[in-house]
Design a protein around this ligand. Structure first.
Ligand SMILES: Cc1cc2nc3c(=O)[nH]c(=O)nc-3n(C[C@H](O)[C@H](O)[C@H](O)COP(=O)(O)OP(=O)(O)OC[C@H]3O[C@@H](n4cnc5c(N)ncnc54)[C@H](O)[C@@H]3O)c2cc1C
Length: 303
């Protein structure tokens, strides 16, 4: 599907917006420009405005996998947080959801219908758009397992419906990462026919498992590093005695060593330095390069 824009409303774009409330780490400087369109018309108008500027574009979901520089982000930060709608199709077992919908809420609504397929997604504090781009996953399942298609729009107004093959999925990555195509909607194939109790029980158990093993009481981005197969990044870090290690108010979680927590007033720079310290230690001891899963954006000091 390819259509053109037909702008009919004014964009709502704000200058100098602090991004720290828009990230789960609660750190980061200001966006030079920030827009969070509430509907298709506002999105079209925002892209029209953007096309006339000569500035970079950064796409933002719930900010739960981002480390944004204390110096902020140059250009336009475009958030999907207010793009929300969903439709459960009883005839096909498919659910079509707007990009800004929290993936957790879709998982619980599916569970309450007795539809299986998203039980893994509880506890992931991101949006549907972020899950599609990151190929978010847990409990040996991931977004790619049930995604049928994703609708994306480019700044020039080109709309495409992409299949999982076109998204080129693999572990926590997709063809959309680092690009300018905005996910606006996604369709998942679920399996109806279970009881509400069956699916909500599994979903609740998954949530408890996470809460037992992961810290949810302080700001974080979830797992900081990708697991360097066949090892778990958290295990490698824990073996080096780094649990509790701090740079400023950034701390390696005592509960799960692949989590870095903001224990109060951490700066993005503190978290960045801690990431670097962990990488150095792991490289020296295990001869393995830990690759960040968190997206590091903006300017940081050279280490
Ligand atoms: C406590 C905690 C637990 C977590 N547990 C897990 C876990 O178990 N499994 C897991 O996979 N992740 C986990 N995460 C990480 C994070 O929640 C996921 O990566 C999530 O999918 C990110 O979604 P988001 O909307 O927050 O995206 P953001 O963090 O806002 O963005 C992530 C990337 O996607 C891009 N993006 C976001 N929305 C769009 C869009 N609509 N169109 C195009 N690009 C977009 C951004 O530009 C960025 O590159 C956890 C995070 C936290 C804080």
């Amino acid at each position: 599907m390819t259509t053109a824009f037909n702008p009919s409303s004014k964009p709502i774009i704000y200058p100098n917006v602090s991004l720290s409330p828009h990230t789960s780490y609660r750190v980061g400087g200001k966006a030079q420009w920030y827009a969070a369109p509430r509907n298709w018309d506002q999105l079209q108008a925002t892209f029209e405005w953007f096309q006339k500027q000569d500035i970079p574009l950064m796409l933002l979901g719930a900010g739960s996998n981002l480390l944004i520089s204390d110096h902020g982000i140059e250009g336009l930060v475009l958030s999907t947080r207010y793009l929300r709608h969903r439709h459960f199709d009883e005839a096909t077992g498919r659910v079509t959801v707007a990009a800004g919908q929290p993936i957790v809420s879709v998982a619980w609504q599916a569970a309450k219908r007795g539809w299986s397929g998203l039980e893994w997604a509880v506890g992931i504090p991101g949006t549907v758009g972020g899950a599609v781009v990151m190929n978010a996953g847990a409990h040996n399942q991931c977004t790619a397992d049930s995604l049928v298609s994703a609708v994306v729009v480019s700044p020039d107004g080109k709309v495409e419906t992409l299949t999982p093959e076109e998204l080129n999925y693999s572990y926590r990555t997709s063809a959309l990462q680092g690009g300018q195509r905005l996910v606006i909607e996604a369709t998942f194939q679920l399996q109806p026919g279970f009881t509400r109790e069956e699916i909500t029980t599994t979903t609740q158990e998954n949530l408890w498992k996470r809460k037992r093993s992961q810290p949810y009481d302080k700001p974080s981005c979830g797992s900081v590093f990708r697991n360097p197969s066949p090892y778990a990044a958290g295990w490698l870090i824990e073996q080096l005695g780094l649990k509790g290690y701090r740079v400023g108010d950034a701390e390696v979680s005592q509960r799960h060593a692949n989590f870095i927590l903001n224990c109060g007033q951490a700066k993005a720079e503190d978290i960045f330095r801690l990431i670097h310290h962990i990488q150095e230690k792991v490289q020296t001891h295990w001869s393995l390069l830990l690759e960040p899963e968190v997206k590091i954006l903006g300017e940081f000091s050279a280490l």
